[in-house]
Design a protein around this ligand. Sequence first.
Ligand code: NAD
Ligand code: ZN
Ligand code: ZN
Length: 344
Amino acid sequence: MTRQMQAAVVEQFGKPLKLREVDVPTAGPGQILVKTEACGVCHTDLHAAKGDWPVKPTLPFIPGHEGIGRVVALGAGVTAVKEGDRVGVPWLYSACGHCEHCLAAWETVCAQAQFGGYTKNGGFADYIVADPNYVAHVPAGLTARDAAPLICAGVTSYKGIKETAAKPGQWIVVSGIGGLGHLAVQYAKAMGLHVCAVDIDDGKLAHAKLLGADAVVNAKTGDPVQAVKTATDGGAHGVLITAPSLAAFKQGVGMTRKRGTCVLVGLPPGEFPTPLFDVVANCITIRGSFVGTRHDMAEALAFAAEGKVKADSELQPLSAINNVFERLEHGDVPSRVVLDFTGA
Ligand code: NAD
Ligand code: ZN
Ligand code: ZN
């Protein structure tokens, strides 16, 4: 008889997820089976379930790309991991390994890339099938709960900060202090940067202060661009926009210092107007950044293993997923919700 597992399934875009008993998947040749211990809930899972983006996942699918668990079965030919290893199954589920981008260690933009919880079933389930060549290797000192948010929010923030090219002693703006942003503040401080946190919620900004932000700006009151320019003496050398709001993008470009770099990470559907003259005359770089490579992942996890970065999380059972999505949509999740699969 096939074994069954619990999973939260998107059956229709924009509708509540369905909790279903489904067959435990099997690891085929070159694959592994992971028993889920914890899985973070990223705002991307919400975009996925709403069908927000131009390329939509095929229905039905199981979201979740911050799944952490133990390897419980190896498909034929697997040598990259062994049974019992604790791994993370990330957004970058797999890539081709031989295109120009893979060869340049930019596997995140491989045209053949598969995405966990999007084009492949993800971590909102008791078991996940994964590609052993692309899983994250969780350092021994990190619990599943602490590791889960790092697998997407952590690596994405860390890579985005690197992409701003801001140097120690310079200013970075982190716009959006949610799952990604609360980690970005900590990575940026650990990297020697001055941090100006921007959000529309005073509670999130107070939290950013506790995490080490040197200045905070509420984008809902007054002129946030001017407030950032004042706080940073002329604009930030690097701006990292994690907010899932188009308004934050236009503001973020305005917050960028002359010759600075504004890195776009948040993915609200749509487009934002760019003040061409200002961008040109101030020699501003606007750059997209998409999760991180396996090497970025190892570095991002190492910061946490060394105690320099720690995800704040709230544990919830899988059965609470629709309520968690509802809260995420309204900005009511303090940092990261992590789904617990251990029944603790
Ligand atoms: P989240 O919901 O946890 O946090 C979003 C934060 O933005 C909240 O604190 C909210 O109050 C704040 N915010 C909302 N409107 C704002 C505004 N106008 N100005 C400033 N702050 C504002 O979301 P998250 O999980 O951190 O994800 C954020 C976004 O990043 C999503 O769009 C997600 O899809 C995207 N994302 C992108 C990548 C990538 O690789 N580029 C990876 C992961 C997530
Ligand atoms: Zn994510
Ligand atoms: Zn490739």
